[in-house]
Design a protein around this ligand. Structure first.
Ligand SMILES: [Zn+2]
Length: 109
């Protein structure tokens, strides 16, 4: 299979290997976890405050934010399974919600 960035060859973009499919699933999973932790932040911290008071609020709030920062970094710096470049980067511009690889155009779905 030839490799040509930003090719308009539809067949090239539609044909992906199992390894590429697994890599794309991993990227999609990391993006889902960004949202899971983001949405869980307020209820988790509120529960910690109710149960443990202000000290627990601070500790749990910082821990959840630190966890979220790690997940955001793992998601944002995920490598493309086809070209091995950072999936969300393209032409020097980072877009963490990009649906296609910014380097080779491999689509998430
Ligand atoms: Zn790529």
């Amino acid at each position: 299979m030839r490799w040509e960035p930003f090719s308009n060859d539809r067949e090239f973009h539609l044909s992906i290997t199992d390894a590429e499919r697994q890599g794309l699933a991993r990227i999609a999973q990391r993006r889902r976890w960004v949202w899971y932790v983001f949405i869980a932040f307020v209820p988790v911290v509120a529960l910690a405050a109710l149960v443990g008071g202000p000290d627990a609020l601070n500790t749990v709030g910082f821990a959840v934010l630190a966890l979220w920062a790690v997940i955001v970094a793992l998601s944002g710096f995920a490598r493309c399974p086809r070209c091995a470049n950072i999936f969300s980067m393209g032409n020097g511009i980072a877009n963490p919600w990009r649906r296609t690889c910014g380097n080779c155009g491999l689509a998430l779905e």
